[in-house]
Design a protein around this ligand. Sequence first.
Ligand code: ZN
Ligand code: ZN
Length: 253
Amino acid sequence: MVRYHIDTIPVWDALHAKGECLLCMLRRKTEHMLADRYLGASVMEPDTRIRVNQKGFCPTHHRMLYDRQNRLGHALMMLSHLKVVRQKLKAEAPAVGDKTRPAGGLLSFKRRPLAATDSAATPLGQLAIGCVLCDTLEENMGRYAYTVLHLWKTDASFREAFAASPGVCIPDAGLLWQMAQEHLSGQPLATFQQALLKLLEDSLARLEEELEWFTLKFDYRNNDKPWGTSRDALERTITKLRGWSVGTDPGRD
Ligand SMILES: [Zn+2]
Ligand SMILES: [Zn+2]
């Protein structure tokens, strides 16, 4: 309960922004903040350095780091991480023909059958999974989801504003649902789940209408008719169904 105070203002701000998902907005803002931070002073902190060296970054977050045009900062992180990956590879795979060393995990690994997508389950695949930014992001999103629930439980004005907003995307509704089962019980849990489902159903019905009008606007007979709210219906529908991925970045002002 102590930690929630610091998070209420960003949650309220994201709710007032009235995007298709307040948690997607907070996620993007946090991602940008973290990407800036990894390329800034925080990477000099020993703790952060060790975690970056061990885990590295996923492709999505490499793109975000790369877009920041700090090639030297990015390269220095990768140089340290590369050294750790080389050590790990060496530990897994003793030099070919070196009879003095026992076969590492790589040579003794014989799990079958292996699906084409199962690379991460192999010792080599293990060298290329994990992301220090994803990990930190997930911790932050857990805290934000918790704050949404806490506000919903304790603040009637938040319940009202949440019910009148577009709410959250389907994946983040899942996150809230799971979090609610851990932190709420009895009537408050049931009421929250009903409110969440109603919000989702109403949003999907609204988006269906908006998206349909978006498609009808391609008919020349509708040329002169107003777009209404449908101009960005495709981007918003995608956000609602899968979380933000295309269109105006909700994490950028
Ligand atoms: Zn979302
Ligand atoms: Zn990542």
